[in-house]
Design a protein around this ligand. Structure first.
Ligand SMILES: Nc1ncnc2c1ncn2[C@@H]1O[C@H](COP(=O)(O)OP(=O)(O)OP(=O)(O)O)[C@@H](O)[C@H]1O
Length: 250
């Protein structure tokens, strides 16, 4: 049996009377893409935030690399290689694409080595940034200010920043959003290879992408996992079809 890199069990989280995570068990194995799907407000983002340490669970366990991390803060989890893909809102608009990725690489070094040099004077950081930009197909946009990038390019930039953090798992919240057909296809091909570097917990509304990429799919409805399986299992699951895919039960 392959050991899981990440393993959640009995996880609970409420906001006041609203239970957004209800006794959730979920794991992520090496080389795997595990997709988390569910209707709006089901609690997908909250679950990712619980894993990244942005939110603290009310109960349950989060094990990462064989150790319990539920009591660790976000920075300590990042040091262990557990970070959420950056959000467009966390990009620095007046910096270039390259500058933003260099900041992510610098954040990783700070967490690993405890000290950093200024980004502009550190050619290693620039080199790392360029490598990450090349991998997502943004190298020719390296010098362009973030405020001048298209929405799709910003989404790819978030992925490049995640690569520069060299995490042990990727936590991705809707990476396909706003990419268009061609961009989505390219990103699907890229994520399919990326899983071999680090497994991916993927929240995604684009069902075609989910069905093409995911080894396993967990369906979250009102904070609870109602089904789990491969693409065929989920496509044919009556409760999922009714609750999520928006079909009436025949
Ligand atoms: N900090 C918070 N305080 C109170 N309620 C919150 C908070 N964060 C999220 N919620 C609520 O918790 C529920 C789950 O939200 P969450 O963002 O996790 O869902 P989601 O499945 O990611 O939805 P979407 O697909 O729309 O992004 C929603 O009803 C949301 O309004």
């Amino acid at each position: 049996m392959i050991d899981s890199v990440l393993s959640l069990s009995g996880l609970d989280k409420s906001f006041g009377a609203l239970k957004v995570t209800d006794n959730v068990d979920l794991d992520l194995k090496p080389g795997e893409i595990h997709a988390l799907i569910g209707p709006n407000g089901a609690g997908k983002s909250s679950l990712i935030k619980l894993v990244a340490g942005e939110l603290k669970a009310d109960a349950g366990s989060i094990r990462f690399g064989g150790r319990e991390i539920g009591d660790l803060g976000q920075a300590a989890r990042a040091r262990l290689g557990l970070t959420r893909t950056f959000q467009v809102s966390s990009l620095v608009p007046e910096f270039s694409a390259r500058g933003n990725v260099a900041l992510a690489a610098q954040a990783r070094r700070r967490s690993v080595f405890g000290f950093v040099r200024p980004v502009a004077k550190d050619s290693d950081l620039t080199g790392e940034a360029m490598e990450a930009l090349e991998r997502v197909g943004l190298a020719d946009r390296a010098g362009v200010r973030v405020s001048e990038l298209s929405h799709g390019e910003k989404r790819l930039l978030e992925i490049a920043m995640a690569l520069a953090m060299r995490p042990r798992i990727f936590l991705m919240d809707e990476p396909m959003a706003g990419l268009g057909q061609e961009g989505s296809n390219r990103l699907i091909g890229f994520l399919d290879k990326l899983r071999n570097e680090a497994p991916i917990l993927l929240i995604e509304h684009d069902m075609e992408a989910v069905f093409r990429l995911a080894d396993r799919i967990s369906v979250l409805v009102a904070g609870s996992i109602i089904a789990r399986g491969n693409a065929d299992d989920i496509r044919n699951h009556p409760e999922v079809r009714a609750a999520y895919l928006g079909e009436d039960e025949a």
